[in-house]
Design a binder for this molecule. Structure first.
Ligand code: NAD
Ligand code: DAU
Length: 371
């Protein structure tokens, strides 16, 4: 079992990263070290998501949480953090993460997801050179870890049957998934070529608190609350496999603690839903928890033009992580959706903060009514 001390979390102000930091400091077994959250704060990054964590762990005698605003593409800055905090672990969440945005503007995805991952890996490789080896030998410490977070989208699209396993060939089909595939290959190349201790996980669709309201579930919840149309792409029959974000993060932690370096672990919910069926379930939950009229909300479901290149079905075989690391899902979809709706109902301030800035203007410009 690895003992991880000074963990650099990239993208920790985003949806999964902020939940990961919360999980690590408040719930995870076996972590008493420090977290350094490196985030450039794009439209998707919000420091407010960790305001309570910052207050609690950023001001104790032995400070355990630090926030550093910066870009993972900025080599000098990333290098300075490795020195300043004696980083021994990286968990790399930072990315441009929204497929629709990657179709409208792929460049930022190539910069952050490919170049940013390359820069982070390369800084780690240099910072973690084993000082006891000869300078030419350049061997790398093995008491360190770079965990790269990726997605099931790198495997492409499934037909009606079958599952993605760790040996499914990569077949990315959107600029987002192509950029993530590139980053995965770089991470594995650094492991293979330089001996950098790397683990990789590919996860299915996450949902839960603090998710930016451009993704299906929070977008639908907020549009329902605001009486807006509920845009369903194409015929609504595309299928995604949904996992509660805390279960994803517990899996990531299991890999970081006990996973084998040089290996990939698939993480999934074993919980496949057609989009239209999921939206209908959300209508039921939201109307049950508010005074809103079920028929009126359901009537707002609007089929809109399909996403170009829209992958039909994702489904993950996560038997490897279950078998080898003893991980399993703990939150049922019913429970997770109820918690998620409750969270959005209870946090109007967070929603307002995220909607007031760059995001609002961008989404209106590109999506008009949909936002
Ligand atoms: P998100 O968009 O909510 O958050 C991304 C974070 O990265 C933001 O805080 C943003 O400010 C930061 N960031 C972006 N560019 C940066 C840069 N150049 N330098 C530093 N910080 C930068 O994303 P998310 O949904 O939390 O996804 C996190 C990771 O998990 C991504 O790598 C994504 O590919 C992967 N993933 C997401 C899902 C999902 O369902 N959301 C599923 C599987 C894998
Ligand atoms: O599978 C993992 C991936 O899941 C992650 O790697 C991505 O970062 C994450 O954004 C997510 O990608 P998707 O494209 O699957 O998520 P999104 O929430 O954008 O869409 C989910 C499904 O819902 C998809 O089939 C498209 C559809 N959709 C989405 C939106 C935003 C709609 O029908 N209407 C919408 O308004």
């Amino acid at each position: 079992m690895r003992i991880l001390k000074n963990i650099l979390v990239t993208g920790g102000a985003g949806f999964i990263g902020c939940n990961f930091i919360r999980f690590l400091l408040e719930k995870a077994d076996g972590f008493s070290g420090r977290i350094i959250n490196l985030d450039v704060l794009t439209y998707a990054g919000n420091r407010m998501s960790l305001a309570d964590i910052e207050a609690k762990y950023g001001s104790m005698a032995q400070v355990r949480y630090f926030f550093e605003q910066g870009d993972i593409c900025d080599r000098a800055f990333v290098e300075s953090l490795f020195k300043k905090y004696d980083i021994d672990t990286v968990v790399h969440f930072a990315a441009e993460s929204h497929v629709d945005r990657s179709i409208l503007g792929p460049e930022a995805f190539i910069k952050t997801n490919v170049m940013g991952t390359f820069t982070s890996l390369d800084v780690a490789r240099n910072a973690w050179k084993d000082s006891s080896s000869s300078p030419e030998g350049g061997s790398i410490r093995q008491d360190v870890l770079f965990h790269h977070i990726s997605t099931d989208e790198v495997y492409g699209s499934l037909g009606e049957t079958g599952y993605f396993t760790e040996s499914t060939p990569y077949d990315p089909r959107s600029p987002y998934s192509a950029s993530k595939a590139g980053s995965d290959h770089l991470a594995m190349a650094y492991s293979h070529t330089y001996g950098l201790p790397v683990t990789l996980s590919n996860c299915s669709n996450n949902y839960g608190p603090y998710q930016f309201p451009e993704k299906l579930i929070p977008l639908m919840i907020l549009n329902m609350l605001e009486g807006k149309p509920l845009p369903v792409y194409g015929d609504g029959k595309n299928i995604r496999d949904w996992l509660y974000v805390e279960d994803h993060n517990a899996a990531v932690w299991a890999v970081m603690r006990n996973g084998t370096t040089g290996e990939t672990y698939n993480i999934g919910g074993e919980n496949e839903w057609e989009n239209i069926k999921l939206v209908n379930v959300l209508v039921d939950i939201v109307s049950a928890k508010t005074k809103l009229d079920t028929a009126k909300i359901r009537g707002a479901i609007t089929y809109v033009k399909d996403r170009p290149g829209h992958d039909r079905r994702y489904a993950i075989d996560c038997s490897k992580i279950k078998r080898e690391l003893g991980w399993k899902q703990t939150v049922s979809f019913e429970e997770g959706l109820a918690r998620t709706v409750d969270w959005y109902l209870a946090n109007p301030q967070w929603i307002e903060s995220i909607r007031s800035g760059e995001y609002r203007r961008w989404i209106e410009k590109n999506y008009g009514e949909r936002g």
